[in-house]
Design a protein around this ligand. Structure first.
Ligand code: GLU
Length: 375
């Protein structure tokens, strides 16, 4: 029996799409504008279907090399960093132009891995990204190569894309590359290599099957496998597929079995709860009355505004907030549906009063049980 979990992609609402250097620059010949235009058109179509999309794009170093007429990848890091700074201009200019053709806005974000491990910056990056998503602007992310060299040396943004997937709670990470997907052995050296349609991201055997990196991008399959494992930690599924296949994004969204699907072991909610509990700093807290503590801890219910007695700290919708009982003991953490300011106005009130009080209503709950982890 063939296992087919492609329907999971059909259901995924938030995607991180990563485009690699070799693909983007047609193997070092400068930005492949035609291909970029097609990916952008596909991404725009996905957003019109209601998919929230974040783009992680490499190609700055490769484009910088072309602009400086450098044919051999420099060894010195500062040369690579200079190329990245030069190439990034062309990269964002190209995306800006292509998205504009569809009347879409894009935003540039340069991140480092440290930004995502520092809790304050993590939350800042998260709030900015969620705001852009709410505003229907497509974030275009690259590593800030001037100050960080991780992806220049090893990753071609594969790891960064996975960290971004964790950051925004993406359900799917799509890594577009110049290969069809992951093979059971290196297809460049063995014509009998078979494309793997579906694997467990946590399968240790994958590393043995993944070969080395290419000349332009530093990625290769190993960093992609590693990225899929990172993404799996927050319950996100990864697909490694060829960016050269016609309408690849559309077809993946329709559930077609292209490339390799790397699945997380835990279902999304379990993984996400673990992730919430272990990785995030809280931005504020809400004090629950006795009834709400019971509903949350014993009955697995969502937290309604009516059960909250006080709101402390500054937070925005989507940030992580601690739930404490009246003695100050933490009972849960979770993503809050309303900002601190709005929460203060609706606590103690029935949910059907929310829109009257605020003039809008995002959700009936202050915190949905799917977004909560008991501590
Ligand atoms: N962040 C780099 C870029 O966008 C990584 C790719 C590389 O090292 O060539 O170009």
């Amino acid at each position: 029996m063939t296992i087919n979990n492609r329907h999971k992609l059909k259901q995924a609402r938030r995607w991180v799409v990563k485009i690699g250097s070799a693909l983007l620059t047609a193997n070092g010949q400068g930005l492949d504008q035609l291909a970029m235009r097609s990916w952008v058109a596909q991404m725009v179509a996905l957003t019109q279907q209601g998919i929230e999309l974040i783009l992680v794009s490499s190609g700055a170093v490769a484009e910088g090399m072309v602009r400086m007429n450098i044919t051999r990848r420099p060894d010195a890091l500062h040369d690579l960093q200079a190329c990245a700074a030069i190439g990034q201009m062309g990269l964002v200019q190209a995306y800006e132009t292509h998205f504009r053709e569809h009347g879409c806005k894009a935003a540039q974000i340069l991140l480092t891995h440290e930004d995502l491990s520092d809790r304050q910056r993590y939350l800042n990056a998260r709030s900015t990204l969620t705001t852009l998503i709410e505003w229907r602007v497509i974030p275009v992310i690259n590593e800030n190569d001037t100050v960080a060299t991780d992806e220049i040396r090893f990753g071609d943004n594969d790891t960064l894309a996975a960290l971004v997937a964790n950051l925004v709670d993406a359900e799917a990470l799509i890594i577009l590359t110049d290969q069809e997907g992951m093979f059971d052995r290196d297809p460049r050296h063995d014509s009998a290599a078979i494309l793997l349609p579906e694997v467990r991201a946590m399968d240790e055997g994958l590393f043995a099957m993944a070969g080395g990196g290419g000349v332009l991008g530093r990625g290769g399959m190993i960093t992609k496998v590693r990225a899929a494992r990172f993404a799996a930690r927050s319950g996100c599924a990864t697909v490694i597929a060829s960016g050269r296949s016609d309408n690849v994004l559309q077809r993946l969204a329709a559930g077609e079995a292209l490339g390799t699907l790397l699945l997380p072991d835990d279902d999304r909610l379990t993984a996400r709860k673990q992730w919430l509990a272990s990785h995030l700093q809280t931005a504020g807290r809400v004090v629950l009355d006795v009834g709400a503590v019971k509903a949350v801890t014993e009955q697995g219910r969502s937290l309604l505004p009516v059960g909250v007695k006080a709101v402390e700290g500054q937070f925005r919708r989507g940030e992580v907030v601690a739930c404490v009982d009246e003695s100050g003991r933490q009972i849960a953490v979770g993503l809050v549906n309303y900002s601190a300011e709005d929460s203060k106005r609706i606590i103690g009130q029935a949910s059907d009063k929310i829109s009257e009080i605020l003039g809008y209503m995002s959700d009936e709950e202050l915190m949905h049980r799917d977004n909560m982890a008991l501590t």
